[in-house]
Design a protein around this ligand. Sequence first.
Ligand code: RET
Length: 317
Amino acid sequence: MGNEALDINGMTNTVTTNNHITRRGSDWYFAVCAVMAVSSLVFMGLSFTKTRSQRIFHYITAAITMVAAIAYFSMGSNLGWTAIQVEFERSDPKVAGNMRQIFYVRYIDWFITTPLLLADLLLTCGLPTPTILYVILANEVMVVTGLVGALVKSSYKWGKSRKAASHVTGDNVNAMPGFFTFGTVAFLFVAYSVVIEGRAYARILGNDILKTYTLCGVWTIFLWFLYPVAWGLSEGGNVIASDSEAVFYGILDLLAKPGFGALLLWGHRNIEVERLGIHIRDPETSFSHNAEKTPHPESYIANVNHQATDAVEPAHA
Ligand code: RET
């Protein structure tokens, strides 16, 4: 009984892996890298179909695939990993090694891109900014606990739901939460906010916005539920080989980043960002001769411009 944390987790770590990707895994990672890079160019190109003040969703979406391209370049190069002793040793030769290759760079990618995905989604439904930031914070808790869980070698990966005999001391250890459990709780909060709160807000903004939001939201949450499954089979449970892990996460990432981005930008093609409460000042369109053609009545600068014109008019008269 008592605090056994130091005994269970021990004081040894090392960085040689005997349970890792092969040439085929590396090829696949590079292939996904290429798709991410091309998608970024396409999203950036599409941004030119909109005026500058309407491009925010293109910028966010291109940033997501750009960061992913670099992460996939890193994994294809067999970099950004460490070796962690597996909690469950397997007899299957594909996962037999006791030191599994863990790509921590994957989580650095998620740490940057999942908040951007949530920004894309939650700006679409008009959720107030503090709420968006809070959902993003919960999301970061999810990513970081996923990373820490992946880097842990003991049962602290998951947490325990009932008393079990400790293999270190033979004592009974109490149920305790672990990193996967923390991550799952944080994720459930994110999923609730997207599915329930986000939809309620989107409904207020109009049918076309609700339709786009629902499609992208359902797509996202469905795919996001599969990430903990991939984690449980790979970094968590050491059930599938590193090459299969690459394919599982790779397909999910292709659908959740370029796939999601395409759906979202298509959905936004006829939605002006002002309807979502987003007002971006662009002095070029407000001050230039275009101002007459594209009036922007709610813009501060357009107002100032207007007042200034009014003010000088009497002098000309
Ligand atoms: C972890 C493990 C802890 C429990 C949960 C997880 C969920 C991860 C998710 C990741 C989504 C990543 C995306 C990346 C692409 O951009 C961290 C695996 C719930 C949902 C969408």
